[in-house]
Design a protein around this ligand. Structure first.
Ligand SMILES: NC(=O)c1ccc[n+]([C@@H]2O[C@H](COP(=O)([O-])OP(=O)(O)OC[C@H]3O[C@@H](n4cnc5c(N)ncnc54)[C@H](OP(=O)(O)O)[C@@H]3O)[C@@H](O)[C@H]2O)c1
Length: 268
């Protein structure tokens, strides 16, 4: 798909991967609406985008609520006249042992990481269909492909999002709306500030701009998935498929260190 002149709605576009993607797509002529809950962060992000010559508008809305989703879609259509690309990017995480994770935290993750993208996509589909050549991008996580200890609920939500996208891609085939799933590895964004997991534990962080550039390339080449994390992550994904027990043993060897490093990892 050619990116220039596309009308793009990015949820959670005020920081991290969402903002980097707004910059990457805006730089090649897309018009952008970004959403988020914090007005100041959005104002700043729109300022950066506008300074770079990008047509960008924001909407303050919680995508985990019905009212927030309605405002998000309405504002995007009002500002852009339609939507060609919907990016379900807003997300949240709370790591740590399952027994130490509250019900409220579990529900919050599933609401924003899984239910919100499904319901927002459902609302936006009639608008996306109007263009005849539209795209839904779901930003999942590498943890959707490898169940990482201490990320049980996040893994469940992201794996759910991955399968949602795969099923929807097949459901919409030849109907003018394609679906892409993105699996970022560890990425240097505000979401990772509270994680102390580094390369020794398999968390090799890359800048958000690298993920954004890969997504832009995926759009151009009509890819149905973008997997980040480099060769080591690709080997882990293959091992998880071919010999999951071997990966169990590898995680067992680093369990205590990993638990210590991620016990405070929260961005809800
Ligand atoms: N960073 C990583 O290592 C990594 C790895 C794998 C996958 N991912 C995924 O990548 C996506 C983007 O994450 P990021 O790392 O770029 O995080 P980030 O920098 O923390 O950005 C998250 C964005 O989502 C918004 N957001 C959060 N909850 C929202 C809600 N309920 N309604 C509307 N907006 C909401 C945030 O703004 P407000 O707080 O103002 O609402 C912010 O704009 C997420 O889906 C995440 O799961 C990230």
């Amino acid at each position: 798909m050619e990116i220039s002149n596309k009308r793009v709605l990015i949820t959670g576009g005020s920081s991290g991967i969402g903002l980097a993607l707004a910059q990457a797509l805006g730089a090649v002529g897309a018009s952008i609406v970004i959403s988020g809950r914090r007005p100041e962060a959005l104002e700043q992000a729109v300022g950066h985008l506008s300074d770079a010559g990008v047509f960008a508008v924001s909407v303050v809305a919680d995508v985990a609520t019905e009212a927030g989703r309605n405002i998000t879609v309405t504002r995007a259509v009002d500002a852009l006249g339609g939507i060609d690309i919907l990016v379900n990017n807003a997300g949240a995480v709370r790591a740590g042992r399952l027994e130490k994770t509250s019900e409220a935290e579990i529900r919050a993750m599933i609401e924003v990481d899984l239910i919100a993208p499904i319901l927002l996509t459902r609302s936006a589909l009639p608008i996306l269909r109007r263009t005849g050549d539209a795209l839904v991008i779901n930003v999942a996580s590498g943890i959707a492909l490898i169940g990482m200890p201490f990320y049980t609920t996040y893994a469940a939500a992201e794996a759910g999002l991955s399968r949602f996208g795969e099923a929807l891609r097949r459901e919409l085939r030849d109907e003018g709306v394609r679906v892409m799933t993105v699996y970022p590895g560890a990425t240097e964004t505000p979401m990772m500030i509270t994680s102390r997991a580094g390369p020794d534990l398999g968390f090799m962080r890359e800048p958000a701009s690298a993920v954004a550039d890969a997504i832009a390339e995926g759009i151009r080449t009509d890819a149905f998935e973008v997997v980040r994390g480099g060769d080591s992550r690709a080997q882990m994904i293959a091992l998880n498929r071919d010999d999951p027990e071997a990966l169990d043993r590898r995680f067992a060897g680093m369990k205590q260190k990993l638990e210590d490093a991620v016990r405070d990892h929260t961005a809800l």
